[in-house]
Design a protein around this ligand. Structure first.
Ligand code: IPE
Ligand code: IPE
Ligand code: MG
Length: 254
């Protein structure tokens, strides 16, 4: 049984501060270009921005943070950039995990690991194991992740476990096999870098997530930007299919 129920099967309650924030960390290359630096310098600075975002989430009481670090389509980039991103990720795992552990952060990695080399797979496992029983912020890094991969893999795993479902299955049958099935669905998705698209991020889990797009490039994204995104979220009316009048009726009179 998943711990949290789906936004389409029940009407979830709406937290004032998002419980779960998802971020598409975009704009690293353009940030570097603006400073006449190679693209990869933008990725390096992007790690700093992530560090600050993690700190802010902890301060504000956000329980889950999920960040898109490398998509299943990012392999299409020049080989040197892909290699740099992989070594940066590995370095980050090695360097930051101890610190995360001290801060009671639980680290998870989601995505298809089969394309990573053994050293990398081992580092991911060790980081997850070390921090598995931490009770603070849950930080999930999406690496070689794609929303379609997530759904396809879930269906395959479900049918392997329960072949009888091949003729018919429900959302409740499938959801335990999807990534992050033990977390509430994201309340807020932030995409930096100015593009207004999902780029194959959490296609299933974002069903009723509030979307926030900002032109700020990821390496420049700081505490105030995150606070601005949350302030925008707090002004939204999350209806989950109902009417505005229904929501007003449900509220106690002032
Ligand atoms: C996001 O920044 C990081 C990754 C996709 C790995 P980009 O590298 O996409 O930066 P832009 O969008 O080209 O500026
Ligand atoms: C999305 O950014 C993926 C990550 C931030 C990891 P991209 O830069 O790859 O997205 P597109 O290609 O502009 O859609
Ligand atoms: Mg980009």
């Amino acid at each position: 049984m998943p711990l949290f129920q789906s936004s389409t099967l029940i009407t979830p309650d709406v937290p004032a501060v998002p419980r779960h924030i998802a971020i598409i960390m975009d704009g690293n290359g353009r940030w570097a270009k603006n400073y006449f630096m190679p693209r990869v310098m933008g990725h390096q600075r992007g790690v700093e921005a992530l560090r600050e975002t993690v700190r802010t989430c902890r301060d504000l009481g956000v329980a889950y943070l999920t960040v898109f670090a490398f998509s299943s389509e990012n392999w299409r980039r020049p080989a040197e950039e892909v290699t740099f991103l992989m070594s940066l990720f590995l370095k980050m795992l090695e360097r930051e995990v101890g610190n995360m552990h001290q801060n009671n952060i639980r680290l998870k990695i989601m995505g298809d690991r089969s394309r990573f080399d053994d050293k990398f797979i081992l580092a991911m496992q060790q980081a997850e194991q070390l921090t598995a029983s931490n009770t603070g912020l849950v930080l999930t890094i999406a690496a070689n992740y794609g929303g379609r991969w997530d759904i396809m893999t879930a269906i395959q795993a479900m049918l392997k476990d329960q072949p009888a479902l091949a003729t018919s299955f429900t959302e409740a049958d499938l959801s335990p096999y999807l990534s992050l099935n033990d977390e509430p669905e994201p309340d807020l998705l932030i995409r930096t870098g100015g593009e207004q698209r999902i780029s194959n991020f959490m296609l299933w889990q974002l069903a009723y997530t509030e979307l926030y797009f900002t032109d700020t490039l990821w390496p420049a994204f700081g505490r105030r930007d995150l606070e601005a995104a949350i302030a925008s979220y707090q002004k939204r009316e999350r209806r989950f299919g109902r009417t505005s009048e229904q929501l007003q009726e449900g509220k106690p009179h002032a």
